[in-house]
Design a protein around this ligand. Structure first.
Ligand code: DGL
Length: 276
């Protein structure tokens, strides 16, 4: 059972969400769908994108700077929307934040879901090199002692593919088929979309499996976990909704025009340079 806060956290405070870029807007969108009354402050570290190919130390350093910025904005909770940053930086960020706010990542809710739904089964994981090579999912799944056979594969071509708008059609289908035909990803009962961008190719992945394998969209599971967490800790915002706020560490018109793809509506991005 999750630990309740024993300190006063203001329920009307915003939820901070961060990612390496605008891909984490898929998570922000899922959160907004489940919790429309909550105010979101989003930070996309577009200056350092992609995190998936960066070292653990670099991702940790960026994550701490962003966390401080979100704490300065008074966030009651920080959600690390990026799988790569969740794998590389969650423990450090949690320690850094201490009891100033709660920190959630996008990996633990999915691991909890596997414990409930997939004991004794074979489950695949696709994500960036950082997420897969860190073996964080593997360790957490092993610690469940539920005899879940997790098979992972880094699929680094998928992020640029999606960012270039190839979410369906022949090119997307061929690259997806090439990855999912890998011997490591056979005889699966489910596959985890372990990256912010992959919800955009969920339909193509479902088609590859002819809907016979559950495609686990971590953004939806994370939003549900956040909802339960806020409810359990009596942290739902009760005052009227405030506008959400979206920041990036490097601005281009192309980032802003891509927001619709990830968030479902166009949003304005504010340029904020990270200190240091
Ligand atoms: N946000 C990253 C993740 O979920 C994908 C993009 C990147 O590599 O920065 O792992």
């Amino acid at each position: 059972m999750a630990q309740r806060f024993n300190m006063s956290i203001v329920s009307s405070a915003p939820i901070g969400i961060f990612d390496s870029g605008i891909g984490g807007l898929t998570v922000a969108r899922a959160v907004k769908t489940v919790l429309p009354q909550e105010q979101i402050i989003y930070f996309g570290d577009t200056a350092h994108l992609p995190y998936g190919d960066k070292s653990t130390a670099a991702i940790q350093a960026y994550s701490i700077k962003i966390t401080q910025l979100l704490l300065d904005k008074g966030c009651k909770l920080i959600l690390i929307a990026c799988n790569s940053a969740s794998a590389a930086g969650y423990e450090l960020v949690k320690e850094y934040v201490g009891n100033k706010a709660k920190v959630l990542n996008v990996i633990d809710p999915v691991v909890d879901y596997l414990r409930e739904q997939y004991p004794g089964k074979t489950v695949g994981l696709i994500g960036t090199k950082q997420t897969v090579n860190s073996e964080v999912y593997l360790e957490k799944v092993k610690a469940l002692n539920q005899n879940i056979n997790l098979q992972s594969l880094a699929t680094p071509l998928l992020v640029p593919l999606i960012e270039e708008g190839f979410c369906q059609g022949e090119i997307a289908e061929r690259i997806i088929a090439k990855y999912l035909s890998d011997p490591r990803l056979q005889a699966l009962q489910a596959i985890i979309l372990g990256c912010t961008h992959y919800p955009l190719i969920k339909t193509a992945i479902q088609s590859f499996y002819d809907s016979k394998v559950e495609v686990i969209d971590s953004s939806e599971i994370v939003a549900q976990a956040l909802n339960s967490y806020l409810g359990y800790n009596n942290l739902y915002r009760k005052s009227p909704a405030q506008p959400d706020y979206f920041m990036v560490s490097d601005f281009t018109a192309s980032f802003e025009s891509s927001t619709k793809q990830f968030f479902g509506e166009s949003i304005h991005l504010e340029l904020i340079h990270l200190e240091g």
